[in-house]
Design a protein around this ligand. Structure first.
Ligand SMILES: CC/C=C\C/C=C\C/C=C\C/C=C\CCCCC(=O)SCCNC(=O)CCNC(=O)[C@H](O)C(C)(C)COP(=O)(O)OP(=O)(O)OC[C@H]1O[C@@H](n2cnc3c(N)ncnc32)[C@H](O)[C@@H]1OP(=O)(O)O
Ligand SMILES: Cc1cc2nc3c(=O)[nH]c(=O)nc-3n(C[C@H](O)[C@H](O)[C@H](O)COP(=O)(O)OP(=O)(O)OC[C@H]3O[C@@H](n4cnc5c(N)ncnc54)[C@H](O)[C@@H]3O)c2cc1C
Length: 672
């Protein structure tokens, strides 16, 4: 069987020659990335969207105002739902729906941006059966539009300081939702400003003057027909953001707004009509929608970095600049070692983030089904894992995307590249769903507990089993036959374990000297978040290893293994100070890692285009002139620029209004 190499009529010849060099079948690689079923569904879906012109952008969003963007994406999302049954096989499959949304709508946001990502997951996990019937069914059936309103103007991280109140009024069997101060205004919820008519609102539950901490309440905020805010509710848009400007992130205030008692989400925590409170089986079970989003973000961020890598690598095969050997003609910029070193490690990261995204979703599904039965043992493990992954992955994605942008030179800075928008959306991920540093410290808490268990000879959970293993004094990198990478993975494990125990010991020493636990924690916070990062980077490397081992097809395994080995080398060099501190690695071993990395850049180079083709991002989805599959970049850049609103007339009014009078006056003065 010939290998599939994604060659199509009309393609740029340079790219065709590149594609013919591939050592593997891109559709099989796509199956390794997405799973074979999803890869097939994605392919079919993209073809269907291509044929449905109502789902196409009416013009490039870069040339639209915010209001035009909101309107355009509202139009497309409605068309998307109208045609969903003809396009996707299973509308309840989040991955398929995300792909549809990426193709038809893009990543700038739309009125249902939080509805499916948080509002529905919150209802699924926290509403009881009767409440599911009342809100989940209509929400799934698009009879209402919901958002998740937790963050306030004054507090996002410290949830215990949220000020919105839900005071139980026994006499009327209602909660009174109130915003006591300006800092208590809900602030940031996606699609709240102008689109949503319902919100899951976090508010402090107060019964007979006693506060029970914040809980989630279903609040209708707008009239379902007029869409006007209900009495006692103030709501609006918070203004333009770095990116994601087709989303109306909003503010929301309540003036003693009354809702029925049964609007508190009561699957776990409950309040009866006499004001008797029942505790949930786990104090943090009400945080499940956040954990859900964190788990989804890992794979999504991998896709964002995959998109940026696709754009930069394809463009680097079209762009020629300078000569390597004088007189032999200009080379493709991807032939420069520096360009490969800039881009291939980002490609490898994109792959592993997608693999990790899949693993973590499987764990989330398990925890969700456990929670349904009131079983919460794995919740802390999942929280720790997603907190670390969310932080490390978003951080590395954004750094990687910036490399991709710079690797495209000047054209990378143009919105025509498509990178600025996806970068802007991805960078939001460092903040939303838990600020990265804060979430790393959550994982560090878990790791410090794990150390305590380890010292008793026990493991806190599967993810920290490695803490029980003894430390090796010296690495075997470069001391075993060429091609064996076990010692590389062992080095990740070593530096994570060493940093975790080191900071745990330092904390103990400070406390032994009489310092309080909290102050000791502050003194060591930077070291603690480092431990969390190293643990997560070890998890990612081990996840890549598991994936490569699981691949059956030899050609795919070989191409993936090259990326995996590059990842090991590149990431180890990025963290090498930790391995040098205790002389675990010697200088010659660091040189060995570098040389092997350079060798791998050359090995990967012929497969580069096929490794990005294997993501199977459609041109519609990438929204990038530089990253076009057919490689016809220059003529389309020119066409794109001509669409600029500034080109609607040769002379724009500001010239006559400001510049012309100034120049005339200057000329007159010089004639005097
Ligand atoms: C998904 C993206 C989709 C598409 C991508 C496309 C485009 C993207 C564009 C835009 C984005 C679209 C949607 C994004 C939506 C974003 C929505 C939001 O941002 S919603 C708001 C999110 N807010 C946060 O994440 C707040 C962060 N803060 C916290 O989580 C908590 O305050 C805290 C920092 C964890 C501390 O909590 P708290 O003060 O209550 O905790 P305590 O100190 O009392 O107790 C700590 C104790 O509890 C454990 N714990 C904390 N959280 C959890 C949890 N979730 N599960 C289990 N356990 C938890 C913690 O480990 C401690 O345990 P202990 O050590 O004491 O045993
Ligand atoms: C694009 C986007 C979409 C969003 N969508 C929603 C939504 O739909 N619904 C919703 O409710 N919210 C939403 N948010 C809000 C988001 O969840 C919060 O902004 C986020 O949780 C961070 O909280 P904060 O803004 O209070 O940051 P802060 O906590 O004020 O962070 C500021 C700085 O303080 C540091 N810091 C804070 N606490 C600590 C600590 N304990 N230890 C060490 N350092 C600390 C942080 O590390 C950071 O450097 C969204 C935000 C964005 C950007």
């Amino acid at each position: 069987m010939p290998l599939n190499k994604e060659i199509q009529p009309g393609d740029n010849d340079e790219l065709t020659r590149e594609r013919l060099q591939a050592t593997f079948d891109t559709q099989q690689m796509a199956a390794a990335l997405w799973g074979s079923d999803l890869a097939r569904k994605r392919r079919e879906l993209a073809k269907k969207v291509d044929k449905l012109t109502v789902l196409h952008d009416s013009k490039d969003m870069s040339f639209m105002t915010r209001e035009e963007k909101l309107s355009e994406n509202a139009r497309k999302v409605v068309q998307m739902f109208a045609h969903v049954a003809d396009i996707v096989e299973d509308p309840s499959d989040d991955a398929e729906m995300f792909h549809l949304s990426s193709n038809a709508i893009g990543h700038e946001g739309h009125p249902f941006g939080v509805h499916f990502v948080m509002f529905i997951p919150a209802l699924k996990a926290q509403a009881d059966d009767e409440q599911r019937e009342k809100w989940l069914m209509p929400a799934l059936g698009l009879q209402l539009i919901g958002t998740y309103a937790q963050t306030e103007l004054g507090h996002g991280t410290n949830l215990r300081a949220l000020e919105t109140m839900a005071t139980f009024d026994k006499a009327t069997d209602e909660f009174v939702i109130h915003t006591p101060t300006v800092t208590a205004l809900k602030w940031w919820p996606g699609s709240l400003g102008k689109s949503s008519n319902h919100a899951v609102v976090s508010a402090n539950l107060i019964i007979d003057g006693k506060s029970y901490g914040h809980h989630n309440f279903m609040v209708q905020i707008r009239d379902e027909n007029t869409h006007k805010p209900l009495k006692g509710i103030t709501v609006g848009d918070i203004g333009p953001k770095m990116a994601y400007n087709a989303s109306d992130n909003g503010f929301l205030g309540f003036d003693h707004h009354r809702i029925p008692r049964r609007n508190m989400l009561m699957r776990h925590a409950k309040v009866d009509k006499n004001g008797v409170y029942t505790k949930p089986p786990h104090a943090k079970i009400g945080y499940s929608a956040m954990v859900h989003v964190r788990s989804v973000m890992i794979g999504h961020q991998g896709m964002f970095l995959g998109s940026a890598s696709t754009i930069a690598i394809r463009y680097s095969l079209v762009r020629r600049q300078g000569e390597i050997k004088e007189g032999s003609g200009e080379v493709k910029i991807l032939d420069y070692q520096t360009q490969q070193h800039r881009l291939f490690p980002q490609l490898a990261r994109a792959y592993v983030f997608m693999f990790a995204g899949k693993e973590v979703r499987e764990l989330y599904q398990k925890v969700l089904s456990d929670m349904e039965k009131g079983e919460t043992t794995l919740l802390a493990d999942l929280h720790a894992l997603t907190s670390g992954l969310k932080s490390v992955v978003t951080h590395l994605c954004v750094a990687g995307m910036e490399q991709c942008r710079m690797a495209c030179g000047g054209h990378g800075y143009s919105r025509a590249s498509g990178i600025p928008e996806i970068w802007g959306v991805a960078v939001g991920g460092c903040t939303y769903e838990g600020e990265n540093m804060v979430m790393l410290l959550q994982l560090a808490r878990y790791l410090m507990k794990a150390v305590k268990e380890t010292k008793k000879g026990k493991s806190l959970g599967r993810l920290v089993d490695y803490l029980l293993l003894p430390q090796d004094r010296h690495s075997l990198i470069g001391r075993v036959p060429q091609g064996e990478y076990g010692p590389h993975l062992a080095a990740f494990e070593h530096i994570a374990r060493r940093q975790i125990f080191k900071v745990a010991d330092e904390l103990t020493k400070l406390q032994d000297k009489g310092m309080s636990k909290e102050i000791a924690w502050q003194k060591k916070a930077v070291e603690l978040q480092r431990a969390a990062r190293l643990h997560t980077r070890f998890y990612l490397a081990a996840c890549f290893h598991r994936k490569v081992q699981s691949v059956v097809d030899g050609r795919i395994r070989e191409a993936l293994a090259d990326l995996y080995h590059l990842h090991l080398n590149y990431e180890l060099l990025d963290m090498v100070n930790y391995a040098l501190e205790d002389a675990y690695l010697k200088a010659d071993q660091v040189d060995f890692i570098r040389e092997d990395m350079y060798r791998l850049l050359e090995t990967i180079r012929p497969n580069a285009i096929s490794l990005v083709d294997a993501f199977e991002f459609s041109d519609r989805e990438l929204r990038s002139v530089l990253g076009r599959r057919d490689g016809h970049v220059y003529e389309n850049l020119y066409k794109w620029a001509k669409e600029s609103e500034l080109n609607r007339a040769d002379v724009l009014p500001y010239f006559d209004k400001y510049l012309k009078p100034m120049m005339l006056a200057a000329r007159q003065r010089s004639n005097i």
